[in-house]
Design a protein around this ligand. Structure first.
Ligand SMILES: [Zn+2]
Length: 164
């Protein structure tokens, strides 16, 4: 009599499955079958993992939507111009602009020594930069560097406007 290759396994989830263990050595099948029995059946395992992936995906979608809504509200309140760029890039760029400007206000005004008048000037400068790609490029910038970055952006604009 040879060691069976098809095993009926009662899984931890309460389901049972008929599993072909012929790819395992004969003396390892019983141990492997016991190991499988402590786990959920293949169907339950797949369902659980798909749900994990879906939960993560929908959580990310919800998080992005909330960030975009916050950026829109901020844009409205501070009279920031809408950004120009590809349809997919604009919400992302608006979010980056909102987060960077908010972080810069904390770093430079709340915790730094920039006064409100200087900040207004910086905001005006930020209003002139409407290219979505520029803001996306600054997504990892240090908020305290924003004045320098905006100054560079305005210089470039001038260069572009007047190439001669
Ligand atoms: Zn199951």
């Amino acid at each position: 009599m040879s060691v069976k290759t098809i095993w009926d396994i009662d899984h931890a989830c309460g389901h049972s499955s008929r599993t072909d263990l012929s790819s395992r050595a004969a003396d390892q099948r019983a141990g492997y079958a016991r190991w499988l029995a402590k786990r959920e059946c293949p169907d339950c395992w797949r369902k659980e993992h798909q749900r994990d992936a879906q939960d993560t995906a929908s959580w990310l979608v919800a998080k992005r939507a909330a960030e975009v809504a916050a950026a829109d509200e901020w844009q409205e309140r501070f009279r920031m111009p809408p950004l120009d760029g590809p349809e997919r890039a604009v919400p992302w760029a608006s979010t980056v602009r909102h987060q960077l400007m908010t972080a810069a206000y904390s770093a430079l005004v709340s915790e730094g020594d920039l006064d409100e008048a200087d900040w207004q000037e910086l905001e005006d400068q930020a209003r002139t930069v409407t290219r979505a790609g520029w803001w996306i490029d600054q997504r990892e910038a240090d908020a305290a560097d924003l004045p320098e970055l905006l100054a560079a952006a305005s210089d470039n604009d001038r260069t572009n406007e007047n190439p001669y």
